[in-house]
Design a protein around this ligand. Structure first.
Ligand code: FCB
Length: 442
């Protein structure tokens, strides 16, 4: 009879329980991990387009408002964080965080090709300096999906000039801002661009394709490809250009400030093999490996995890019947973060920064349950030897969740879309208390 790993572990533990000495051993194995290091980075994340509001020169803005849009609603004022950034920093401070992750809006900084706005660069400089003054380490994403309309109208990341255009932006932004940045990432989840079409329902893909065509027609250009487009006519090319963009962008930032840690944030599932011969390794190869190998030359790799995937021989298996679910109906599995982090380190072999992790749900008790559980699994991975520099929860506040608009809630704080008031959810206090009681010397 075949014996699976779980049965084996259970049987072994039962055996150990019979004698006194091994009982102490079993206890040691089960002991909760020790505290996080005193210099661990504790943050919460946002992204420009999702919170700032009125980001009118960005590709998404055009798509949200084009006739036949696939977006459920436009971003509009978002959380008005363009004005209320100091309030956001205070929210982070009040949770006892020592870092905040946010992004630069390329479309504001370079609204026309080659035309850079000093006023907008100054705006982000005020945020960076404001964060530092509050004791928050700024973790800055140079590009979180959205690109300027002119960039998307030239074919976005399909354009062979895209890597150099991005590097030029990184150079200008770094010259103005790098001095105050703590950690920089070039791109957000570029590993999924052009590959989401493998994972998402075909209806979504068709709607995205039609929306891009409507935008191209409106502008009178052959193709309009947004930074977060699901449909990409040539995924291989878009991936190659994004990798070249990361390399050139990183070089531009490093040329300004060689000691600034630079990485890239990757979307990663915790992929598990249900049986020998499962698709897991093939999916890992497709979804992450080229990027993780590229990250071997970076200072760190950003991991963004929300779910696990259990792969059988033919595809993804259903989650267990009793699983807690997020708003999409997918399983909320607290150990998934540690699983994704372990794999990222196994291949990239550089320290990991968790740049996003969280859950989309209207039931905040799920978030309050997830945070401590996931962090304890993460610390266990660290105790096993995986170097993890920090953790940023997605998101600081409820915000504009791309195609899903404001209906999807990932925030530690609620957002009143009329008054822009932010209110901590109970899970925010759970996160605050966890940090306080699980950080060395806190
Ligand atoms: C990630 C994105 C982020 C947010 C979360 C829920 O894929 O990076 O902007 O939408 O998902």
């Amino acid at each position: 009879m075949a014996i699976d790993r779980r049965t084996f572990v259970a049987a072994t533990t039962a055996g150990l329980a019979m004698s006194a000495a091994p009982r102490a051993m079993a206890k040691a194995v089960k002991a909760p991990p020790g505290p996080f290091p005193a210099d661990f980075i504790w943050g919460a994340a946002t992204a420009g387009h999702q919170v700032e509001g009125n980001n009118i020169n960005a590709d998404c803005w055009l798509l949200e408002n084009v006739k036949g849009t696939a977006y459920s609603e436009p971003s509009g004022d978002a959380a008005n964080s363009f004005e209320l950034w100091r309030t956001d920093l205070e929210l982070a401070k009040n949770l006892g965080l020592n870092a905040c992750r946010f992004s630069l809006e390329w479309a504001r900084i370079e609204p026309e090709p080659g035309q850079f706005s000093v006023a907008m660069l100054d705006h982000y400089k005020r945020i960076i300096e404001g964060a530092r003054a509050m004791g928050l380490r700024p973790i800055v994403t140079f590009n979180h999906f959205t690109t300027p309309i002119w960039f998307a109208a030239r074919g976005g990341w399909m354009n062979d000039e895209a890597p150099q255009l991005f590097a030029r932006f990184c150079d200008k932004a770094a010259r103005h801002l790098a001095a105050g940045i703590d950690h920089a990432t070039t791109l957000n989840e570029p590993n999924l661009a052009g590959l989401l079409q493998l994972l998402l329902p075909s209806g979504l893909l068709e709607a995205d394709k039609a929306m891009a065509a409507a935008a191209a027609a409106k502008l009178g250009v052959p193709a309009f490809l947004a930074g977060n487009a699901i449909y990409q006519p040539d995924p291989v090319k878009v991936q190659a250009n994004l990798r070249a963009g990361h390399t050139a962008g990183k070089a531009a930032i490093k040329a300004v400030r060689g000691d600034l840690p630079v990485g890239v944030s990757l979307a990663m599932l915790d992929d598990q093999a249900a049986e020998p011969g499962s698709l897991r390794d093939a999916m890992r190869e497709k979804l992450y490996n080229a990027w993780l190998r590229l990250a071997q030359t970076d200072d760190f790799v950003g991991v963004q995890n929300y779910e696990r995937s259990i792969w059988g021989k033919k595809g993804k298996l259903d989650p267990p019947a009793d699983a807690r679910r997020n708003i999409m109906g997918a399983e909320v599995y607290p150990a998934s973060l540690a699983g994704a982090v372990r794999y990222a380190y196994e291949v990239a072999k550089v320290p990991v920064m968790v740049t996003e992790h969280g859950v989309g749900t209207d039931d905040d008790t799920i978030r309050a349950w997830l945070i401590p559980e996931a962090l304890t699994h993460l610390k266990t991975a660290m105790d096993e030897g995986v170097p993890v520099k920090g953790y940023c929860h997605w998101s600081l506040i409820d915000n504009f969740e791309w195609g899903f608009g404001y209906k999807f809630h990932y925030g530690l704080h609620t957002l009143d879309r009329q008054t822009f008031a932010r209110t901590p959810k109970p899970s925010a206090l759970v996160y605050r208390d966890y940090i306080k009681s699980h950080t060395a010397g806190a």
